[in-house]
Design a protein around this ligand. Structure first.
Ligand SMILES: Nc1nc2c(ncn2[C@@H]2O[C@H](COP(=O)(O)OP(=O)(O)OP(=O)(O)O)[C@@H](O)[C@H]2O)c(=O)[nH]1
Ligand SMILES: [Mg+2]
Length: 428
């Protein structure tokens, strides 16, 4: 399921087009990131071509003259594939391939390819395959297309599944096969999602608060989870090393237990096919009580990265969840990390590899969570075992001690439960 052949490392020419209101520097930065994506996918950049235009050329995106220039570069460098940073329509892709005599793909295809290489779990693989098929469906081509259109489209009869009916082209048969596979994957993912919903309900009953680590790809999310727990998640200096969510229990300094989850990283213009396919994995962010947004303080375009993450959070409906900004890699960029932490309210600077600042991060997480719920002290007389049992059911008991005539407890409640115990509260 790969879009780029990898027997030997492919040679790639990168193409970036500056469209208003973009600046050339934006295009260059985009191509730097594309080069990183191409490298992660297992290919090498051999040249890049930049162009500035007021709007894309509908048939070829870059226009006839520029296509000729690109063809010469491709010949000179003996490249296998050209990769556009800008999104190509299926028709543009087809026209470019015809004119260039080689494969032409866009950034979306490269990201899909990396996801395909990095998916290991059953759910991850199904999600990636679904995204790939949805991307490929409108790009399928076959010799018989014109013929089938003449046939008036009357051939897509559901009764002949798997066989080619009269007037039906091979392309149509392939399309139907892919459609069926898409439906099967959707059903499979719905099943897995149901299972996840059951797990989530159980977690919700336990009232343990949930914290999700989100952020740009390669920001250090998995390194942070590993630093705080024994998760042993794969950490790599590659993009999209993590595609599955991993959750671990964590004790905060105040005694509160939380569930901490590491998940897929985001990127600028994350293909919407992937966001859709990974919606279920990403729902941990939407369902969390708090998001720890890990930012690489040594990255080139920090604001751009933060905004890209915010955009995806909006897309997965997690933009209402409270966010704590955590500026990572303070060992590498101490001044930037400190400045960023000072200019973002309530933010912290830390290093997930050295552990510096991690205690401060934990204290801040605990404080933010406490502010989101009610931690109160209760005195419950010994003859009220019923109330004591109810407290344990409805709240999270942080500490418990035997006083002379009563039990003294520190408990975290949500708003609804707190009301049930107001007569026993001695300090809030
Ligand atoms: N210098 C330095 N490097 C770090 C720090 N934290 C993480 N890294 C490095 O950054 C790279 C990416 O780390 P990961 O933890 O895999 O990042 P991630 O956010 O989980 O990335 P994806 O899962 O690919 O989205 C690895 O090479 C880490 O060793 C840090 O505090 N300082
Ligand atoms: Mg990771």
């Amino acid at each position: 399921m790969s879009l780029i052949e990898r027997a030997v490392r492919e040679k790639i020419v990168l193409v970036g087009v500056t469209l208003p209101p973009q600046r050339v520097e934006d295009t260059e930065a985009g191509l730097d990131e594309l080069a990183q994506l191409v490298d992660t996918a297992g290919a090498d950049e051999v040249a890049r071509l930049l162009q500035r235009r007021s709007a894309p050329d509908p048939p070829t995106y870059i226009g006839k003259g520029k296509v000729e220039e690109l063809r010469e570069i491709a010949l000179d460098t003996d490249c296998d594939t050209v990769v556009f940073d800008n999104e190509l329509t299926p028709a543009q892709q087809r026209n470019l391939e015809k004119l260039l005599g080689r494969t032409a793909i866009d950034r979306t295809a490269v990201i899909l390819d990396i996801f395909a290489q990095n998916a290991h779990s059953q759910e991850g693989k199904a999600q990636v395959e679904l995204a790939l098929l949805r991307y490929r469906l409108p790009r399928m081509r076959g010799k018989g297309l014109a013929l089938s259109q003449q046939g008036g489209g009357a051939s897509a009869g559901g009764a002949r599944i798997g066989t080619r009916g009269p007037g039906e082209t091979q392309l149509e048969v392939d399309r139907r096969r892919i459609q069926r596979r898409i439906h099967k994957l959707e059903a499979e993912l719905r099943e897995l999602d149901k299972h996840r919903a059951t797990q989530r309900k159980a977690q919700h009953r336990s009232r343990t608060q949930r914290v999700a680590i989100v952020g740009y790809t390669n920001a250090g999310k998995s390194t942070l989870l590993n630093q705080l727990t024994d998760a042993g998640v794969l950490v790599e200096d590659r993009l999209f090393a993590t595609l599955d969510a991993t959750t671990r229990r964590l004790d905060l300094p105040g005694g509160e237990k939380v569930l901490l989850t590491d998940t897929v990283g985001f990127i600028r213009n994350l293909p919407h096919q992937l966001v859709q396919a990974f919606k279920s994995t990403l729902s941990v962010a939407a369902d969390a009580d708090l998001l720890v947004h890990v930012v690489d303080a040594s990255a080139l375009d920090i604001d751009g990265n933060i905004n890209a993450v915010r955009t995806v959070l909006r897309e997965i409906e997690a933009d209402e969840v409270p966010v704590l900004y955590a500026f990572n890699k303070a060992d590498r960029a101490p001044l930037d990390a400190a400045r960023l932490a000072a200019t973002h309210e309530g933010a912290v600077a830390f290093s997930a590899t050295t552990g510096e600042g991690v205690e401060g991060l934990l204290l801040t997480i605990a404080a933010r969570l406490r502010a989101l719920t009610n931690v109160v002290e209760l005195l419950i007389p010994y003859d009220r075992g019923d109330v004591l049992a109810k407290v344990h059911r409805e709240g999270e008991v942080l500490s418990e001690a035997a006083d002379d005539d009563a039990m003294r407890l520190r408990v975290r409640f949500d708003d609804a439960s707190l009301g049930h115990f107001s007569t026993f509260v001695v300090r809030s």
